[in-house]
Design a protein around this ligand. Structure first.
Ligand code: HEM
Length: 220
């Protein structure tokens, strides 16, 4: 139960981050000065009580703890279930061609998680560390985003990642709120489902608006 609670709470923290990050990205529609100003503001927020980029570092530490807690509980729960099955792969079933049970949820959560982890490494190398710069390097975060999303395969990679994020959030949000006790009746379950679809939809579409607007030349 503690592991499931850790999984749920760390997941909800990351969903909060994603909503804020998605909203922040929409500032590309307000132009270069606004977007770059926002990136700079993230670093000066909290000054002079906090040092430069102090709040950003607090957010980074909380996020890193959430990622580690989420991965640790995912792995521990998987390994516990694996041992409980006596080391066999999955439940035997006649419903699946493979002869073993594979639910939609276990598939999207597990493989979605792996895809998202790989994406985040690529994403940090691209936008945060500036190590790779498809479309051209630049000092301005706005120009980096516009250059990056002018390249079709970058948009394709982001699209695949955002679809994985969407599926992961849809099921993960439902699961997290169920763990935390929100799934108490048929009506509560119905609302939970609507909420999970709404959050997953808003995050996926909101994140994909800037890349497609840039690729189609609507933002330059
Ligand atoms: C189209 C979608 C996305 C775009 C355009 C985007 C854009 C950016 C940009 C420009 C930065 C650098 C900000 C700066 O240093 O000023 C950044 C940082 C970051 N993004 Fe994204 N992002 C997207 C999706 C995501 C997703 C889905 C995740 C998580 C699953 C994510 C996680 C992060 C993280 C962890 C950072 C590092 C924050 C830091 O420590 O400075 N991003 N993103």
């Amino acid at each position: 139960m503690a592991l499931k609670a850790l999984m749920a709470v760390s997941g909800l923290i990351m969903i909060g981050y994603l909503l804020a990050h998605m909203y922040g990205n929409l500032k590309v529609f307000a132009g270069q000065a606004s977007f770059d100003g926002y990136a700079e503001h993230l670093r000066t927020l909290g000054e002079p009580i906090l040092p430069h980029a102090g709040l950003l570092w607090i957010i980074r530490v909380v996020l890193l703890a959430a990622v580690l807690g989420h991965a640790y509980s995912a792995f521990s729960l998987w390994s516990r279930a694996h041992k409980a099955r006596g080391g066999s792969k999955r439940y035997q079933t006649s419903k699946s061609k493979l002869g073993v049970q594979r639910s939609y949820a276990s598939f999207t959560l597990r493989w979605g998680g792996v895809v998202i982890l790989l994406f985040v490494i690529f994403h940090l190398l691209h936008f945060t560390w500036n190590t790779i710069h498809p479309g051209g390097a630049a000092d301005s975060p706005y120009v980096r985003v516009v250059n990056g999303f002018s390249v079709w395969w970058v948009v394709l990679a982001y699209t695949l990642a955002m679809v994985a994020v969407g599926f992961h959030l849809r099921h993960g949000m439902w699961s997290a709120l169920t763990t935390l006790g929100a799934n108490t009746s048929a009506i509560a379950r119905h609302r939970l489902n609507l909420l999970a679809y709404a959050v997953a939809g808003v995050v996926t579409i909101g994140f994909l608006l800037p890349p497609y607007s840039i690729l189609l030349g609507l933002v330059t």
